[in-house]
Design a binder for this molecule. Structure first.
Ligand SMILES: [Mn+2]
Length: 295
């Protein structure tokens, strides 16, 4: 039964049972509170709950589309239990869950958690799916702190699974990663220094070509955004993208892709001082849902 005086339910957007029905939902939000390999400030395990809490404050009416995108059907799953101390097993759990979701022809939305969890989601798809990622870091190390399944290695693992990658906003990487980018044909990078000097437009043009008629998976590491605008993250690199530029990127992806098969928002590590980052993450997820629905 429904009681009087209850607040919005604790799910993405605070939807009622009738509004968030698994059977009819097109989008499935999958929280993965995992941050075992964080190398600087940890706390991404608190990201999913903070994003869900913030999402309950997001206005359901979207001024850009003049519609209420939640009507497409969005349901939030219970959190995936991470295997603490085993990124490999955690990644496997995410992969198996996402495989079930895509069998049902629904679109998974992963809430991280550290970037490693996105590997499970990406691995659930065949190699024809291409990956677009926003990130301050290249994440192309072969190994980091003794592990091959670490937040610093995830795009290297994606590359090894023969998927093509387009990265935007990269401004921190080591020499080997830089050299790999130069010689590897399956990876294209819009470095932040080029975006700052030439504007975003030339990169959007390349991105449009990359996505054209492809099935695309989109991975948003929140640290790709300027840390002045999104301070709640583990490795805040200066001089990042603006919120509006991320919207431009998401529009370019959805307008050119044949289909967006899934996406994630990772590396939100809430601070004790503000709710800016988790609220921005919640809004970006809702905007992405809207773009996919009405592309
Ligand atoms: Mn990053």
């Amino acid at each position: 039964m429904e009681f009087l005086y209850t607040a919005a339910p604790f799910n993405f957007l605070g939807l009622t049972k009738a509004e968030a029905d698994f059977k009819t939902a097109k989008f499935v939000v999958i929280p993965v509170p995992f941050d075992a390999t964080a190398s600087y400030r940890s706390g991404a395990r608190f990201g999913p709950a903070a994003i869900i809490e913030a999402s309950r404050q997001v206005e359901l009416f979207d001024l850009e589309s003049k519609r209420e995108p939640y009507e497409v059907g969005i349901v939030t799953m219970d959190e995936i239990a991470p295997v603490r101390g085993s990124p490999e097993q955690t990644v496997q759990r995410v992969k198996e869950t996402v495989q079930e979701i895509i069998k049902l022809k629904k679109i998974p939305i992963i809430l991280g958690g550290e970037h490693t969890v996105a590997l499970g989601s990406i691995n659930a798809f065949d190699k024809d799916v291409v990956v677009v990622t926003i990130d301050a870091h290249a994440d192309l190390r072969n190994e980091y702190e003794g592990s091959k399944v670490s937040h610093a290695c995830i795009m290297r693992r994606v590359l090894q699974s023969n998927k093509k990658i387009f990265q935007l906003g990269v401004r921190s990487l080591d020499k080997k990663e830089f050299e790999l980018i130069k010689k590897e044909k399956n990876i294209e990078v819009a470095f932040m220094q080029d975006i700052l000097s030439k504007g975003l437009k030339p990169s959007l043009k390349k991105l449009a070509g990359f996505c054209k008629n492809k099935r695309v998976y989109f991975s948003l590491d929140i640290d790709g955004i300027d840390p002045g605008d999104a301070p709640g993250t583990g490795t805040p690199e200066p001089d990042g993208l603006k919120y509006g530029e991320v919207l431009d990127i998401m529009r370019t992806v959805t307008e050119n892709a044949k289909e967006v098969v899934g996406f994630d928002v990772v590396e939100v590590a809430p601070t004790n001082n503000d709710v800016i980052t988790e609220y921005m993450a919640a809004k970006l997820i809702y905007k992405m849902i809207s773009y996919i629905k009405w592309k």
